[in-house]
Design a protein around this ligand. Structure first.
Ligand code: HEC
Length: 267
């Protein structure tokens, strides 16, 4: 019996691997995750200045709701999605090819954002919020390094998608012709965050039920990232028509992906 077993494994290695992959995709323990394509340089889809502005906005927004238990309880859902988003932003800042003011503290920022995401009581939340504040300050230094120094999962996809909805709605309002230029500071931040979120979920293939669809996952998340990056560039260029076109591409990317991976929304 053992001999036969060995023989089977030897001669049918590819099939065995396929079978394992299929089993893994059924939701049971998985083997090695499929490797996503290499990410483009962060600056091509999310300028550090926009990410830093967003990170500072979140840092400031955490102060009041982490100052007392009642406020914390009522703001917990928002804090959760914001802190997960901030973790993805921190990773992008750590990996950014730009020489930016939070380069030294982005590891601390990531750790603190994840700490806040995990905080279940106001005292822990307050401490994490303080660390976040320190890590986004001008000239902040830091001790934590980001490991591995590549894109990896730092936040929950469910939380990031909640943020995607929120950012996308705010973005749409800011892209109306009469406020396009006036809202450019905000919409630049929103589009940069959307691009980062798209890149952050690329390697997170847990929603892919059928391993044969994994490449589609990589392709659709890259499409969302690139559309959001193109939108960000159009906003910076103050080009309304280009922004409108890029936003249409972005919206299409949501629908394309949901059609395959999140059916109940597409219907
Ligand atoms: C790469 C694939 C992909 C792309 C691109 C994508 N989504 Fe999703 N989306 C998903 C998956 C998968 C879920 C389910 C996640 C979960 O519930 O954990 C989801 C969930 C959602 C939800 C439900 C979140 C909730 O509250 O539970 C909304 C709303 C949503 N997406 C909006 C968007 C919008 C808007 C865009 C485009 C700007 C977008 N998505 C782009 C895959 C994608």
């Amino acid at each position: 019996m053992p001999k036969l077993h060995l023989f089977l494994i030897r001669s049918r290695l590819p099939e065995v691997f396929t079978a394992l992959a299929v089993l893994g995709a059924g939701g049971a323990a998985r083997g090695v995750e499929p490797t996503p394509p290499a990410a483009p340089a962060v600056s091509t889809f999310a300028p550090a200045a926009d990410l830093i502005a967003a990170a500072r906005g979140y840092a400031e927004s955490f102060a009041a709701p982490t100052s007392d238990a009642a406020q914390f309880a009522s703001a917990q859902a928002k804090i959760l999605k914001d802190s997960h988003t901030l973790a993805a932003i921190a990773l992008a800042l750590a990996l950014s090819d730009e020489d930016h003011p939070l380069k030294k503290s982005s590891g601390d920022l990531l750790a603190a954002a994840q700490g806040l995401a995990q905080a279940s009581d106001v005292e822990n939340a307050r401490q994490a919020a303080e660390k976040i504040k320190a890590a986004v300050a001008d000239g902040a230094s830091g001790t934590a390094t980001v490991e591995p120094a590549t894109w990896h999962k730092v936040a929950s996809m469910g939380q990031l998608m909640k943020q995607v909805t929120f950012l996308n709605n705010r973005l749409k309002r800011g892209l109306q012709k009469n406020r396009f230029e006036q809202m450019a500071g905000d919409t630049a931040q929103f589009s940069a965050q959307l691009a980062v979120i798209a890149q952050a979920v690329t390697g997170d293939t847990h929603e892919v039920q059928n391993p044969a669809d994994t490449d589609k996952w990589f392709q659709f998340s890259a499409e969302m990232r690139d559309a959001a990056g193109e939108l960000n560039q159009a906003i910076h260029a103050k080009n309304f028509d280009a922004a409108t076109a890029a936003n249409a591409r972005l919206e299409k990317s949501c629908a394309t992906c949901h059609e395959v991976f999140h059916n109940e929304l597409a219907q």
